[in-house]
Write a protein that binds this ligand. Structure first.
Ligand SMILES: [Zn+2]
Length: 314
């Protein structure tokens, strides 16, 4: 996610480590008052590493680079699940460390740079122009500006326009693409050798993040993810899920959308998510989940028909 709502808090609940042979998790991080980093998954290739999502902050990109150093292997390929800054922000730093790296992603970031990210940039400039701001917060906002201003260094070298099996650095991977789900273009990766599914923000905890989403198309995309033969699903934010846990997530997601489309009080929709997804939400994240849904029911799911139509491409 990337809206200012991210000043909410979350205690990180994901541990770094090997998920399966040749598949490493570099967990994303949420801290109070700071913008998040998405989870990164690193797959072993032949003579090099394949990185899925590069985080936002320099510290996250450095953790990926440290892992590559420890393995004595170069990073040769990056996939970005989508253009949100918590998933592409490390691209420039990884490119600087590994000039030969090839970035693959949907082309949606280029439109976003002239739309959503341009508006976000203007908001940041406005916030920075206000006198008397907190120094740490101002530094964080300047970091956001620097990321946006990296521009083409965040863009893909190769656009993913279709899904299917392909060899990437000697590893056979299945690439999936969803359009107008969480963003205009969402890429996921499935590694058949370990049955690991890197879902990006098509699955996020402690709540779905609707900032740039078409909720109905996202819901349909979750149905396609459920058909992938995975053993573990790595979400864009939060802990790794089993197949049963994805079923729980989908049920809670379906009911959240139905509730928001009906006449129930907002609080009933939030309570419904909390009840149904409870087993997926660490106690420390409950307040964050409620805060996020309080925002998204009002600002994405209800009363924004024109915005939703546009995001859905209708
Ligand atoms: Zn994210």
């Amino acid at each position: 996610m990337l809206a200012f709502v991210a000043t909410l808090l979350l205690a990180t609940s994901v541990g770094a480590g090997e998920l399966a042979p040749g598949v490493q998790l570099v967990p994303g991080r949420f801290v109070a008052g700071d913008q998040p980093d998405g989870n990164t998954i690193v797959f072993d290739g032949a003579g090099g590493l394949i990185v899925f999502d590069s985080g936002r902050h320099a510290a996250h990109a450095d953790a990926i680079i440290d892992y590559a150093h420890a393995r004595k292997l170069p990073i040769v390929a990056i996939f970005n699940s989508h253009w949100h800054l918590d998933h592409v922000g490390g691209n420039a730093r990884l490119r600087a460390a590994y000039p030969g790296v090839r970035v693959q992603a949907s082309g949606a970031i280029e439109q976003a740079m002239h739309g959503f990210l341009a508006r976000y940039r203007a908001q940041i400039e406005e916030a920075l122009a206000k006198p008397g701001g907190d120094a740490a917060q101002q530094a964080a906002l300047r970091g956001e500006l620097a990321l946006i201003d990296a521009g083409p260094a965040l863009y893909p070298d190769e656009r993913v326009t279709r899904g299917g099996a392909r060899m990437v650095a000697g590893r056979r991977l299945q690439v999936g693409i969803e359009t107008r789900a969480v963003t205009a273009g969402d890429v996921w990766l499935f590694d058949p050798a370990t049955r690991t599914l890197a879902a990006g923000d098509l699955v996020t905890l402690p709540a779905p993040l609707f900032d740039t989403a078409c909720p109905a198309r996202w819901q349909a995309a979750l149905g396609r993810l459920a058909k992938v033969d995975f053993e573990r699903l790595v979400p864009g934010h939060g802990s790794v899920l089993t197949r049963a846990q994805l079923r729980t997530y989908r049920t809670a997601f379906d009911h959240l959308l139905a509730c928001a489309a009906g006449t129930s009080a907002k609080q009933a929709c939030i309570d419904g998510w909390m009840r149904e997804a409870q087993s997926l939400i660490p106690a420390a994240d409950e307040q964050l989940a409620r805060g996020l849904l309080d925002y998204y029911v009002d600002n994405s799911l209800r009363g924004h028909a024109a915005k939703t139509r546009e995001l859905c491409g209708a």
